[in-house]
Design a protein around this ligand. Sequence first.
Ligand SMILES: [Zn+2]
Length: 153
Amino acid sequence: MYSDNCLLCQTPGGTVLWQNEHLRVIDVCDALYPGFTRVIWTAHVVEMTDLTAAEQTELLRVVLLVEQVQRTELKPAKVNLAAFGNVVPHLHWHVIPRWQDDPHFPQAVWAALPQADAHAQAAQEVRRVRVQQHVSAYHQALVLRLDSPWLPS
Ligand SMILES: [Zn+2]
């Protein structure tokens, strides 16, 4: 299944970290949110219930594995999992590490950017740079984990 006018059928949607025949895991390369990762189903399907039970399990296993590796490697205050597809109706999950001093906390990263004073902005930048320094290790750990057996037998 493929759609001629779908962004996620036409492009990887970010830097591909890992892929198999069903899905890909990409680095979103979001300037404000280092470590922001998406899991994108390869075929052009819209909803989770378009997948077979085995495919649903595979996709959710990978989403949860990304969450687990983010927790281990990036140590966020919270991980946000989201699947919308309102703008791009091609099945994908967002896995977003969040910190209490990130620019949108506690709102969703898609909310309007709140006003922050200079002190808060400086703190956000220190934290962002600190997280950015761990992103390579996070990606390496993620690929290693995805290369290991993770599907239930
Ligand atoms: Zn598509």
